[in-house]
Design a protein around this ligand. Structure first.
Ligand code: GDP
Ligand code: MG
Length: 211
């Protein structure tokens, strides 16, 4: 992870102050199952040193956080990841990585209010873990895209993934490597373009097909 991350973000950018003219904060949420790469993605694209609340997992936590399939993972997010990207002098994108574990689900509905859109990160070794996120986003009417994070696991065709997630055909599905800033940026751009196309089509918006 580290080599890919440090390859990507120039040191100076990590301390960029927020311009005084920035008055429009746009919120994007990154959700997905435990270990799907949410913290990694927020870290790789954020221009500030992201706030996050990773804690070293304890043995006691093994019963709480399902680590089967993510054996290399030694930290768990106990609240949110938070990062920032300045789009221009007035618009700032705020990125929230939402905890995937069931014990945090009560926070989600609040989190989705006022959210421009969401990225659902999928680990193809544990596709089912992302199902809850998709269900909540659809119920909320929050636009989202699905990004398959590359863990070198089994490769599925896009069609197989769509079927496994019961994904509507118009929801974009992309591959990514959350450790790479470029790759994570492409994911965010795909989301923003998806949102733009939804709002550019008032017929779809009025039929509540925003997801
Ligand atoms: N191979 C690979 N590992 C990744 C990728 N993204 C994240 N990881 C690693 O997977 C583990 C879980 O990622 P993390 O961001 O903590 O997951 P979270 O629980 O969704 O926040 C970490 O050890 C990451 O370094 C990826 O795209 N490829
Ligand atoms: Mg995390």
């Amino acid at each position: 992870m580290d080599s890919a991350t440090s390859e990507t973000r120039p040191a100076a950018e990590t301390r960029t102050p927020l311009g005084a003219s920035a008055d429009n904060g746009l919120k994007i949420v990154v959700v997905g199952g435990f270990g799907a790469g949410k913290t990694t993605m927020v870290r790789s694209v954020s221009e500030i040193r992201p706030l996050n609340t990773e804690e070293t997992m304890t043995q006691a936590g093994e019963a709480v956080d399902d680590i089967s399939g993510v054996r290399g993972k030694t930290a768990t997010t106990v609240a949110f990841d938070f990062g920032r990207i300045t789009l221009d002098s007035r618009n700032v994108l705020y990125l929230f990585g939402a905890p995937g574990q069931e014990r945090f689900w009560f926070l989600w509905d609040r989190l989705f209010s006022g959210t421009l859109g969401a990225v659902v990160l999928v680990d193809t070794r544990r596709i089912d873990d992302s199902w809850y996120a998709i269900d909540r986003l659809e119920k909320h009417g929050t636009p989202f895209i699905v990004a398959c994070n590359d863990f070198g696991g089994p490769t599925f065709t896009p069609q197989q993934i769509r079927e496994a997630l019961d994904l509507d055909p118009h929801v974009p599905l992309v591959n990514c490597d959350a450790r790479s800033r470029e790759s994570s940026k492409i994911v965010l751009i795909t989301l923003v373009e998806h949102i733009r196309s939804l709002y550019a089509d008032p017929a779809r918006a009025s039929r509540q097909e925003l997801v």
